[in-house]
Design a binder for this molecule. Sequence first.
Ligand code: HEC
Ligand code: HEC
Ligand code: HEC
Ligand code: HEC
Ligand code: HEC
Ligand code: HEC
Ligand code: HEC
Ligand code: HEC
Ligand code: HEC
Length: 327
Amino acid sequence: MPRAKATAAAGARVVLAAAAALLVVFAAAGQPARAQLFSPGPLSKAHASLEGMGNCVRCHGEGARHDNARCLDCHTEIRTRKDAGRGYHARLGAQTCAECHAEHRGVAASIVEFKPSQRAFDHRLTGWLLEGTHKKNDCKSCHEPRLVDADDARRLLAEGRATFLGLTTVCARCHFDEHRKQVGERCERCHTSTDFAKAPLFKHDKMSSYPLTGKNAKVECKKCHGSLTDDVTPAQIFPGPQSRTYAQFKDIPHGNCLDCHDDAHNGAFGRNCTQCHTTQDWRTILKATSTSASTTRRASRCEACTPMSTARSATGRSPVRRHNSRA
Ligand code: HEC
Ligand code: HEC
Ligand code: HEC
Ligand code: HEC
Ligand code: HEC
Ligand code: HEC
Ligand code: HEC
Ligand code: HEC
Ligand code: HEC
């Protein structure tokens, strides 16, 4: 095998040398059809415009070898990525382009071959592993023109070429920000690519301004996070939202228990509920502290705080459903 190849290559060099010599003659004589005599076969559809003796040197250099640098002179979209160390081709070793992109096999022959197949392409080779749901996606769901940002790739698309270039790995580029800018665009702080309905990486205590303690930590999310409606986002936007409604994650007053709880005492003990209460249980009353001694003493005499009102407080500042333990 290697011997046969070497012989073929040596033969090819002779042919090319002859072609180069004849080039001058035939070019002058205006007989481009002769080119086929020296070429091992017609070029692919993609390079069909490069047929002809005058164009051999666009791909073949000194000594007839096909030359990576010449391919890259045209394919600047690959060159800039290789130079920047980005993308699939930048991760290849010192191979020749021809090892993967055969030529002269006819107009119909494909010069791009995915191994083992396009569907089974190991996406890690691009520098971005497909995980979770992404693994099951159609290539086209992501490699879709509207998600292409890079200017050079957009130009290729405009010229009618299908390309895998030009995407970014930024979640928010391909997914509508369901939270409408409330929590920033770095989705990966809270989500993985498995299922948006869950936010496995979100930790309420560390990542919000309101650590949940005691009974509050056992409350259903939606009791504190009401639903808002988006009337602004245009319907035809791409990528589009999953839903018109979304959870309120910001501007939820929470400086005081009263922001969410009714005052069972109708203002009798002021606004500083934590003087006597914790989030563990309304019934467990804190021992008197120096600052709160007198009020606590008053409260501990049952008559001081009767009647225990269940009237709804009227601060009207919280969008969260008002309630108390008996409501
Ligand atoms: C678009 C680029 C391109 C153009 C233009 C082109 N070739 Fe090639 N040529 C190649 C590639 C790539 C190979 C290697 C193919 C392979 O290994 O399957 C090749 C291989 C060859 C070979 C076999 C020797 C070898 O190096 O493997 C000969 C002979 C050859 N070309 C001659 C020509 C001649 C003559 C012309 C002009 C009429 C020409 N080629 C134009 C890309 C080109
Ligand atoms: C003179 C400029 C030029 C040179 C030199 C050139 N190409 Fe191309 N190549 C093109 C153009 C233009 C296209 C896009 C054609 C189209 O969209 O149909 C293309 C397309 C391709 C494609 C994509 C084909 C497809 O089906 O999607 C590959 C792969 C490719 N070239 C590899 C090479 C390699 C390897 C070399 C060197 C051996 C080379 N090219 C040399 C201009 C060039
Ligand atoms: C979930 C979205 C997604 C899916 C699905 C996806 N890709 Fe990609 N692909 C990307 C992103 C994002 C990049 C850019 C990675 C980078 O530059 O870091 C990329 C890059 C590539 C590249 C590298 C282009 C280059 O030359 O640098 C190839 C090739 C590719 N994908 C092929 C495929 C194939 C084949 C499939 C289907 C089997 C597929 N992709 C499915 C998002 C996706
Ligand atoms: C190890 C095999 C391999 C080598 C070596 C290789 N390529 Fe590729 N090339 C591929 C595969 C697979 C694709 C299809 C995925 C893609 O488009 O990025 C591709 C795609 C391309 C494309 C089309 C990119 C697009 O999506 O628009 C061009 C142009 C190209 N290669 C040029 C080159 C050039 C120039 C060289 C040499 C510097 C080269 N390739 C070396 C495997 C290879
Ligand atoms: C290049 C585009 C692209 C990028 C980048 C991307 N995705 Fe996706 N993702 C898709 C497409 C397309 C789908 C399938 C269609 C859909 O459900 O939106 C999908 C599906 C998903 C799904 C499953 C669908 C669902 O609603 O549960 C999750 C979860 C997901 N992506 C999370 C992420 C996260 C997290 C990131 C960032 C780390 C990310 N994606 C980056 C394109 C992308
Ligand atoms: C600070 C954490 C955080 C960030 C950042 C974040 N999310 Fe979420 N996301 C959540 C939580 C929490 C839920 C609700 C999950 C639950 O109920 O357990 C959610 C739910 C979703 C849902 C499901 C629909 C819904 O309203 O329940 C989608 C889709 C979604 N997020 C997309 C995104 C996208 C896209 C980004 C980035 C632009 C993003 N998220 C950023 C925390 C976050
Ligand atoms: C007892 C009330 C309460 C409960 C229950 C609650 N939260 Fe919160 N959450 C808050 C408050 C208050 C904030 C802070 C809002 C603000 O900053 O204006 C907040 C903030 C958040 C944020 C925004 C984080 C950021 O980046 O600022 C997310 C996301 C969130 N909560 C998700 C959840 C999820 C998921 C659950 C259910 C597992 C949940 N919350 C249960 C009260 C609650
Ligand atoms: C951001 C809103 C919010 C804040 C602030 C808040 N809570 Fe709650 N809390 C709730 C919600 C919602 C429930 C669940 C009530 C239900 O299930 O009806 C709850 C439940 C409780 C419960 C369990 C008994 C009950 O009433 O259902 C206690 C005890 C409690 N909170 C104490 C406190 C105390 C003490 C403070 C102040 C230190 C406080 N909470 C601040 C929203 C809040
Ligand atoms: C001076 C101490 C004191 C202060 C301050 C105080 N409470 Fe109380 N609270 C009590 C006592 C005592 C009880 C009765 C406990 C029992 O029934 O065992 C009580 C009971 C409650 C109950 C349970 C009512 C029921 O029907 O079981 C709620 C709810 C409550 N308080 C809310 C609040 C809120 C909200 C604040 C802040 C505005 C507040 N409290 C401030 C002492 C206090």
